[in-house]
Design a protein. Structure first.
Length: 592
């Protein structure tokens, strides 16, 4: 299926043409038929000669209903531009043209109708020139009459060519269905309709509306029940959920969009619009029209950067186009003022002086992609990038995190220095806790810190330390600890295997942390928990034991070393581990 919107001045024959092509009545309201004026969006469809089906969204042409016109055209990829042969180009012809150009509609055809009332050639030539000048081309142009049916076969054939040339939308794209109608149907609950531009909706799908989950109970397309629909299509969804949908809201794939009321954009002024932009405008996208405040970030110039604060949040992606309109102007004045291209949906706060200008400079060469986003945000989760409409191209640096390459190498260069400084400030600790490094580097996730650790740094037990560095010795310890260790070593000089008792250690102020630091510094030898000797005591013990008759018992070893079982047992086990002694049986060992 294809969807085509109408455009053109009021009373130029848009609805009549849609009626003649489809045999359906696009003006559904009693008031519309009584006044002969389209007020609301109309919907009608038909099969083209090729068999392709085309649905029309018929828009009002009256200047009072520009908002409705934009809601109809917003999500639609192609347009049938209608000009009356007897009236020619008129103000809303121009206004609709500007709107289409701003929204970036590139596909369409020109129908000069009411050709039974006047020679269509002058209006056709004029309109074709204007459309081409606005960049909406190349477009086929035809003269027709909705009244006599003249030229309608040619128009059907031209519509076939138009839809055949439309780019095929991505069936896997995330869904964003802008609601253009919402109503209750007795017995089946809430129904919404809209133009699905891309992606796929299935019965049973869970979508989101303003952050609330909604379930698709049933699905219709062109009044037929279907199980699934792929865009482009007109769809009606029967929804279940605690929701109150209305025009301008969107049903979206959960997690696939960033719903935000703040966006940084590049503003492109419309031809004929004179800056500076008013501070209060209305932003249009899809079927939504939302008041917004515009804050210019740099100098007023073509392609200027601005920050939009929307009166209510919208689901947006980078690269989305918003049309900015001045709701206050009218009567011959240009109301569509600018296009805003979304460059960031989670813009950074601007607090410092000069931050706005700096941001404008950053946005000047920004594009709607992941690399550009990472230059601003430095680190983003894959899910965040997807929700911004920029799935990452490169590989994650850690567990689903993507980084700006420059930022990542800067972090990687900083970490060794941060760890070194921590070690200097905390000589009793066996390395820098990963959490402290995370905090110091301002990172959002500890796994990022772990990913930054490269030799000679290592992580063990949640701490980062430098390996391969020679122990600093006693001089590397804090002065009080060094003093206590020296006293201990004096004690041990006379009785090298009489490890100090717990009481003596406490008296000297050597707790577990201090002892561990002294051992790391190479100032003490740790034989077992709470059992420390002078460095090298193990080699001296091994030499003494080698002189004993082999094999020997613990008790023989104890008296040879002049110590107690408290020390002898763990010391022998330590020597076993170092390969200086070995067990012979349950009670005997020998020197190796
Ligand atoms: N003679 C003639 N009248 C037409 C033709 N198309 C539309 N009209 C008349 O023009 C008026 C406006 O048409 P309508 O389709 O409502 O215009 P819209 O506002 O563009 O939708 C109506 O009175 C129509 O009957 C046509 O091709 N020939
Ligand atoms: Mg109409």
């Amino acid at each position: 299926m294809h969807v085509v919107a109408t455009a053109g001045h009021v009373d130029h024959g848009k609805s009549t043409l849609v009626r003649a092509l489809t045999g359906m009545e696009p003006d559904r309201l009693e008031e519309e038929r009584r006044r002969g004026l389209t007020i609301e969006l109309g919907y009608a469809w038909t099969a083209l000669p090729s068999g392709e089906r085309v649905a029309f969204v018929d828009v009002p042409g009256h200047e009072r209903f520009l908002g409705t016109m934009l809601a109809g055209v917003g999500p639609v990829p192609a347009v049938m531009f209608v000009v009356a042969a007897d009236e020619g180009w008129m103000p809303q012809s121009e206004e609709h043209l500007v709107a289409l150009r701003t929204l970036g509609v590139r596909h369409g055809l020109l129908a000069v109708t009411r050709a039974d009332l006047a020679d269509p050639a002058p209006a056709l030539e004029d309109a074709r020139d204007r459309l081409a000048e606005a960049g909406l081309g190349p477009m086929e142009a035809l003269a027709v009459s909705g009244r006599t049916g003249e030229g309608l076969d040619g128009l059907r054939a031209a519509l076939d060519r138009l839809v055949a040339a439309l780019p095929a939308p991505d069936p896997h794209a995330p869904v964003r269905l802008w609601i253009d109608r919402a109503f209750s149907v007795r017995g089946s609950g809430t129904v919404v309709t809209g133009t699905l531009p891309a992606g796929r909706v299935e019965v049973g799908d869970e979508l989101e509306l303003d952050g609330e989950p909604v379930r698709v109970r049933a699905l219709e397309s062109l009044k037929e029940h279907v199980e699934s629909v792929t865009g482009v299509a007109r769809v009606a969804l029967n929804l279940r959920g605690r929701i109150a949908p209305e025009r301008g809201r969107a049903l979206v794939t959960p997690g696939a969009w960033t719903t935000t009321d703040l966006a940084d954009v590049r503003v492109t002024m419309e031809v004929g619009a004179r800056g500076p932009l008013p501070a209060r405008l209305t932003a249009h996208i899809g079927s939504a029209s939302v008041p917004c405040e515009v804050r210019s970030l740099g100098a007023e110039a073509e392609g200027a950067a601005a920050r939009l604060r929307l009166a209510r949040p919208l689901p947006l992606h980078l690269g989305d186009t918003l049309l900015l309109r001045d709701p206050g102007r009218g009567h011959g004045e240009l109301r569509v003022l600018a296009r805003a291209t979304v460059l960031d949906v989670r813009p950074p706060e601007l607090r410092r002086r000069g931050a706005a200008r700096e941001r404008a400079r950053g946005l000047a060469d920004a594009s709607a992609d992941a690399a550009s986003l990472l230059r601003t945000h430095l680190l983003l989760r894959e899910g965040e990038l997807v929700a911004m409409g920029c799935p990452p191209g490169g590989r994650p640096v850690a567990a689903g995190w993507h980084a700006d390459p420059d930022h990542w190498s800067a972090l990687s260069a900083r970490l060794p220095e941060v760890v070194r400084r921590y070690a200097a400030d905390h000589p009793l600790e066996p390395g820098m806790p990963v959490e402290a490094a995370r905090h110091e580097l301002g990172l959002p996730d500890r796994r990022l810190v772990a990913a930054l650790v490269r030799p000679p740094l290592t992580v063990a037990d949640g701490r980062i330390s430098t390996t391969g560095r020679a122990p600093a010795g006693i001089a590397g310890l804090p002065a009080p600890v060094a003093r206590a260790v020296r006293t201990l070593l004096d004690d041990l000089a006379g009785a090298p295997f009489q490890a100090p008792e717990a009481g003596r250690l406490t008296e000297l102020g050597l707790g577990p942390r201090e002892l561990a630091a002294a051992v790391r510094a190479g100032a003490l030898l740790r034989v077992a928990e709470g059992v420390v000797l002078a460095p090298g005591a193990d080699a001296r013990a091994a030499a003494l034991l080698a002189r004993l008759p082999q094999p020997f018992t613990v008790s023989q070893a104890r008296s040879a070393l002049g110590t107690s079982r408290r020390v002898a047992v763990p010391l022998l086990e330590h020597l076993d581990r170092r390969g200086l002694t070995e067990r012979v049986d349950e009670v005997h060992r020998r020197s190796v």
